[in-house]
Write a protein that binds this ligand. Structure first.
Ligand SMILES: Nc1ncnc2c1ncn2[C@@H]1O[C@H](COP(=O)(O)OP(=O)(O)O)[C@@H](O)[C@H]1O
Ligand SMILES: Cc1ncsc1CCOP(=O)(O)O
Ligand SMILES: [Mg+2]
Length: 285
């Protein structure tokens, strides 16, 4: 992929300032996430500079949620009880004017999951991040769901550009599709305006580590939380995807396979400095 130097010169300082804000502010992120992802999500947030807390019992929200800087909701191992907690937490986050971010894991894999994600969408997440199949399933809700690969995508991210635009328009949320190219879009009906940006950072091996999608969505929540002004949520989302992809690229230089990439990904995120960020960044649009 040819990079346009001017675009990288514009995005470089923006992404670095978002990462610096995250490290300086160390936002507290309430995570209601699946059992598979809890460890990687918590370690990703910690290594980036945020504070994760896996708090999902309704009984704790009135005490705890007022202290958070963002809420992260992930439906990966969904059950009716968890869904009630997710809705209550999202409602409270809205009431408290805290950003919240949704990961619609395997949205098209069952009617229960699809309906749950659609109900959560009505609670207006600041950002939705899914893989291409998940974003297509949400945008086509009501149409035959067809075959599924569960939590993995059976589509390329670029196949989901129109679905992402449609979902952004319908939901009023920023929509991010991950994949070989990450796509971030928002519609003209919300404060961020009509925007479409592509992040080319990352390595294919990230798909061979479970919960990297969950982890990057949590990272988006942390970047959005650290960007004090809600107007900066779009750039914060782009920044989180780029930083995670860069950490993957740097980690891959040391890794022998998925297990060691997981370790080097976390180390690279922790140690990412300005020169490395500026030399790897690859954002267009
Ligand atoms: N083919 C690829 N090349 C580079 N990066 C990728 C590729 N596929 C996924 N990624 C990256 O891996 C991370 C997880 O994305 P993805 O695998 O799409 O999510 P999920 O695990 O939810 O399906 C993202 O940061 C994404 O950019
Ligand atoms: C394997 C699995 N099963 C239910 S949730 C989950 C983890 C999914 O993680 P990701 O969407 O990041 O690949
Ligand atoms: Mg996923």
């Amino acid at each position: 992929m040819e990079t346009n130097k001017e675009e990288q010169l514009e995005w470089g300082p923006t992404v670095w300032s978002h990462l610096t804000a995250l490290r300086d502010r160390s936002p507290l992120i309430q995570c209601i996430t699946n059992f598979v992802s809890m460890d990687l999500v918590a370690n990703t947030l910690l290594s980036a500079g945020a504070s994760p807390a896996m708090i999902h019992s309704l009984q704790e929200f009135s005490d705890f949620t007022p202290h958070i800087h963002a809420l992260y909701v992930n439906v990966g191992t969904l059950s009716p009880d968890w869904l009630s907690s997710m809705k209550a937490a999202a409602l409270l986050a809205n009431e408290l004017r805290k950003p919240w971010v949704l990961d619609p894991v395997a949205a098209g894999s069952s009617q229960f999951r699809l309906n749950a994600c659609l109900e959560l969408l009505l609670l207006k997440p600041t950002v939705i991040r899914g893989n291409a199949s998940e974003i297509i399933a949400l945008s086509q809700a009501g149409i035959d769901m067809g075959p599924t690969k569960g939590v993995d995508s059976s589509h390329e991210s670029m196949d989901a550009v129109e679905a992402a635009k449609f979902l952004a328009e319908k939901s009023g949320s920023i929509v991010a599709v991950s994949g070989a190219v990450d796509i971030i879009c928002s519609s003209k009906s919300i404060i961020h305006g009509d925007r479409l940006v592509f992040v080319h950072n990352g390595v294919p091996m990230l798909q061979k580590i479970t919960a990297t999608g969950c982890a990057v969505t949590a990272l988006i929540a942390a970047f959005v939380a650290a960007a004090a002004d809600p107007l900066h949520a779009f750039d914060a989302t782009v920044s989180a995807l780029s930083v995670f992809g860069i950490a993957g690229e740097m980690g891959m230089e040391l890794a022998k396979g998925p297990a060691s990439l997981r370790m080097h990904l976390i180390d690279s995120l922790y140690g990412l400095d300005q020169p490395a960020l500026l030399s790897h960044i690859n954002i267009t649009g």
